[in-house]
Ligand binder design. Sequence first.
Ligand SMILES: *[C@@H]1O[C@H](CO)[C@@H](O)[C@H](O)[C@H]1NC(C)=O
Ligand SMILES: *[C@@H]1O[C@H](CO)[C@@H](O)[C@H](O)[C@H]1NC(C)=O
Ligand SMILES: *[C@@H]1O[C@H](CO)[C@@H](O)[C@H](O)[C@H]1NC(C)=O
Ligand SMILES: *[C@@H]1O[C@H](CO)[C@@H](O)[C@H](O)[C@H]1NC(C)=O
Ligand SMILES: *[C@@H]1O[C@H](CO)[C@@H](O)[C@H](O)[C@H]1NC(C)=O
Length: 204
Amino acid sequence: GRGTVVVAVSEGNYIILPCSLSSQESLVRTRFHWKKDDEREVFVYDAGLHHNNRRSGQDEHFRGRVSHFSDQLKFGNASIILRNTTVADSGGYTCDFPFHQPDRETFNVTLVVGAAPKPFVGILNISEVGVQLKCEVRGASPKPKVEWRDSDGNILPAEEPQVSRTGERYDITLLTTVTRTNSSLFLCVATQEELSHRAADEIF
Ligand SMILES: *[C@@H]1O[C@H](CO)[C@@H](O)[C@H](O)[C@H]1NC(C)=O
Ligand SMILES: *[C@@H]1O[C@H](CO)[C@@H](O)[C@H](O)[C@H]1NC(C)=O
Ligand SMILES: *[C@@H]1O[C@H](CO)[C@@H](O)[C@H](O)[C@H]1NC(C)=O
Ligand SMILES: *[C@@H]1O[C@H](CO)[C@@H](O)[C@H](O)[C@H]1NC(C)=O
Ligand SMILES: *[C@@H]1O[C@H](CO)[C@@H](O)[C@H](O)[C@H]1NC(C)=O
């Protein structure tokens, strides 16, 4: 096996799912087949017929959003472009050449489609104990790591995060209590390593 390629994008964008025969032999007169999670028909190209040209059977979820690169077929390039991505597109994709000789070739691509909302911070309570700060991240995917930090970047002790999940999306609330002696600037940082994405909100 060649291992799995991982590609990541945030929702509402487009992404190319790569797949190429190393032999670079032409695909114009043969077939390749993209599936998601071993079951959903993403895209089939079969000697000129394909899902944007008279071939039926494409999964409804992908209709009108997938194209191949016809000018690349002669170089053995079966990559596809997926437009207007949604979180539900995340998953394992396989690109298969069922008639390839001498060995049937299969390539795997893992797609991560993320939603990267900004955290939102506010004051929840002021008492003699200190100021209770609240950080909320709503609808993030994949699950972010949420932390309170001071202006020097130190991670502050916080309560256990409250996490709720709806489908692939996460709502996270993180509370901390700070005192006058701490610092005057506090940041809530949400990190999604899979998307190489980090967002923050701050409060004085
Ligand atoms: C590709 O993924 C399938 C499952 O979807 C797995 O059976 C196969 O071993 C994987 N191939 C490679 C080359 O990783
Ligand atoms: C295949 O075609 C796509 C779209 O033009 C391109 O981004 C990609 O680099 C090509 N792959 C190879 C191996 O040439
Ligand atoms: C993209 O997807 C969203 C949600 O599925 C939909 O509301 C919107 O109309 C789509 N936009 C385009 C350009 O297809
Ligand atoms: C504010 O914090 C104080 C001290 O912890 C607590 O007694 C009080 O009930 C809190 N008020 C609210 C509205 O949560
Ligand atoms: C703020 O400072 C107090 C006293 O130095 C300490 O006990 C507390 O843990 C600090 N709070 C945070 C959120 O760092």
